[in-house]
Write a protein that binds this ligand. Sequence first.
Ligand code: GAL
Length: 988
Amino acid sequence: MIAKIRAFSPPALLALLQLALLTVPPALNSAAASPASGDQKQKPLGGHDHHHHHITTQNRVTWDEQSLLIDGKRLFIFSGEVHPWRNPVQSLHLDVLQKLKAAGFNAVSIYFHWGAVEWERGVFRWNELFDLQPFFDAAKEAGLYIIARPGPYVNAETTGGGFPGWGNRVEGLWRKSNKNYTEAYTPFVNEFGKLIAKNEITKGGPIILVQVENEYSGFGDGHEDFEYEAELLQAFKDSGITVPTICDDAWLGGHFQSVDIYGWNSYPLGFDCSHPERWHNAPPDNFYNSYNEKIRKHGPKSILELQAGGFDGWGGAGYDACGKLIGPEFERAMYGSAVRIMNLYMAFGGTNWGQSAEPGVYTSYDYGSIIREDRRLRDKYYELKLQTQFLAVSPAYLTSKPWQLTENDQIGILKGARGIVLTVLEDTIGLHTKFYIVRQKDFSKFELKTYRIELKTSIGDISVPRTGPPLDLQARDSNILLVDYMAGPTHIIYTTAEVYSWKTIDDITYVIVYGDENEHHEAAFNVKDIKDFMSLEQEGAKWSYEIEEKILTVRFTILEDGDAQTIRFGKTILVILDREVASKTWILDTTPPTIIKGGYLIRSANIEGPKLHLKGDLVQATRLHILAPKSVTQVTFNGKDVDTQPATEGWLYVMYTPELPDINIPELSQLDWKYENSLPEISASYDDSQWTTADNTYTPNGYKPQTKEILYASDYGYHSGNLIWRGHFKATGGENEFWLDIQGGRAFGYSVWDSGVYVGFWEGDVTTSRHTSNFRLPATWKGGEKHTLTILQDHMGLEENWTAATEFFKSPRGPINYGFKGAQPKLVKWKLTGNLGGEKYIDKERGPWNEGGLYAERQGSPLDGIKEPGVAFYRSTFDLHVPEGVDYPMAIQYSNSTGSYYRSQIYINGYQFGKYVNSIGPQTSFFVPQGILNYNGTNTIAISLWAMQDAGASLKSLDLRILGKVEGGVGRVRNAPMPLWTKRSDVY
Ligand code: GAL
């Protein structure tokens, strides 16, 4: 074991390089002993390490310049990002993960949230909500590997970027080898490291890679801190982690190259979803095919975050717009590349429930991803499946290298076509399979281009198409033409239509190709001894063939009505589909495999004697076309027998009509609502003696205040939700204005009262984090009078700390400065409250960030003892009875109400699942998952309403809506813990 290496200064690059060498796992010798698939000539390089005297002994996950290998077998890592804390219903993880698996992913990447489990310094709370073990187990059950990204910093549009709020009181710069910070993260790294180690593949768990830090790329002090990198890596290794480490540089900047595998992030279209048809940015250089001179250490080409949607900020365009901007066209145009470890950010976004968002984003974190926040599938889910499945059956892709083409070369190959860019990936071994990836150069235009292309094949250079019209290239697309591609035993000499998948079932190899409707394509096969060429009689089929010198060439047009065309030769069946049908075709890894055409979602298949058991989700009566081994004669769907009809060439047909029973959902406006005012604190006689006295005169925070007393909420342990400040003053006489400089994060707002009388407010806007205003006092103060100024402010979450070696996440919440005009009163004291208990929060079950400081939130129940007017709380109950076996996601919908300014939060069974700012938006529909909503019993709904103007606001238009209906789903959903209200002790 090497000792911790300390104290080398940043310019000591040599020391870093030595360290990098020392910390590479020795694993690869053993990988060579269990070599990868047949014709693999190259020895993996990743473990060329003769310094065996350290702790990394795992040998299951190895790598070389070309790909990752698991147990010696190469694989493309197709991963999607999911954040466990953004879905507090543990038994729903499996649903998301099965959906990823069904889409062809083989891995899921997760961030951890340090703040969530160590809200109180030194106390780790792995209670039910934040326990990661159920997620690990669900990934394993779904058959996905995990890329663990524990931070300590994660960014992720979450409060503090994952840093705990108490970090505000830890002096000095963070994300740096500064002693205070090191002491702060070490227990967390131990704790999380142990958890990772326990769930590594080497121990039978799903974790195969660990990303250390996050985008360690921008530095407030201008220095990449190599000592921090080394210490952090070592700390994770000391906690037992043995799988390879990886980084995610924010760009190809060459940072953090001491990890095992260098990786980077890419968001080609950025985060403005307001014009989803407009692609502002240029495509990434070379479509990720080349590194630059800064990258010394490679490993397989790895993109740890490839844009798969966008976050949307307060006042933004809404997530359907983001889903359009980063939609099927984006997937088609951008994702074909030479990358070998690819993680899409996000695959499922989830919800910023409670106060877990950073100020830039609102409650939904849908992200416009392939799986919506409510777990329904977007169109882009199906489009992506075409790529995941293709890569899963194309091992040649993993050992290929890109040709660097100049525009002139390309014109030669592309036969004069202009405005088209070409990347060729050529396999370095075997048949030298080639992938010709053709794209338009300028994505801002919408022109259809046509082209002919010269392919280098094993039977010579062939200009395709050999006859007929040229090939089509749509504006935002890429065509992948294949040369000398082995679909199992079938040698495809070339194809202009894209391959979706191929599978061998009962000795027949099915090769599924697809294109867009009416496109003409050509494919040629090496048919050494073809005895039984056979076409299938099909009305309206549009294909022809010729056999010449043992080369079979098939020309075909993709049918308009979505019908398949099937051509049989030897033991191969070519199945020609249109894109839409191909994208809804499911490849299931039964032994032998099963292929199913049709259906909203097929989760899994299982063959038991003559029976094929399918599990899936259907939205309407659906005909499924099934390719299964001949032994299968009967099909069940979700456990029910279905009428099964054999058809030609191995296909079976079943027709299934889902059962989607009607259910009663309450009309919220008709419920019996209890109403209470929830701001007794504005009254002069209110007793705040149990509140925290804000009388610190020193703050460890680098942002120094102008006031003598520190009014930073985090200095007193309050890190989220509404904050209430009470300033007690003794008047000198003549005070007539109060001015306030206060900070709460973008879109925050506040209201001010003077001893029970309303003074004024700021309603907030999308850019203002800190606001200064002068308020005329309701009446000029008289000498000797006691006055209490009550300030209710919103806290939009702690800032992120994207730039390392800064203190951005410590941006204070609370008054930065204040004063009076007319005369200066004497300050008696400032009092403060946020959530009851602060870091020692009371509701252990629902976790640290669920509650804010409103009276009803502190009580844990909105019903008790509120007598004075203020913020309103409404509460009611309703029952739901949703039978098992269906998935009906629901949301609470506010109607758009303008006029007076208000802020509102939704609590369902005690969980905050919505924060609505009516003047800012854009979110008006708040998804609440099953498990937070009790689908079989009584639900309590509570709504807080902070009206900023006297006009108030009405709840008449609140609705509970069903967003969609499927039969299927993940099975029984266990509710998140929802203990009933009990009176809290020491409550105020
Ligand atoms: C990346 C970051 C992620 C997330 C993303 C935007 O830069 O690594 O954590 O913030 O941007 O959604």
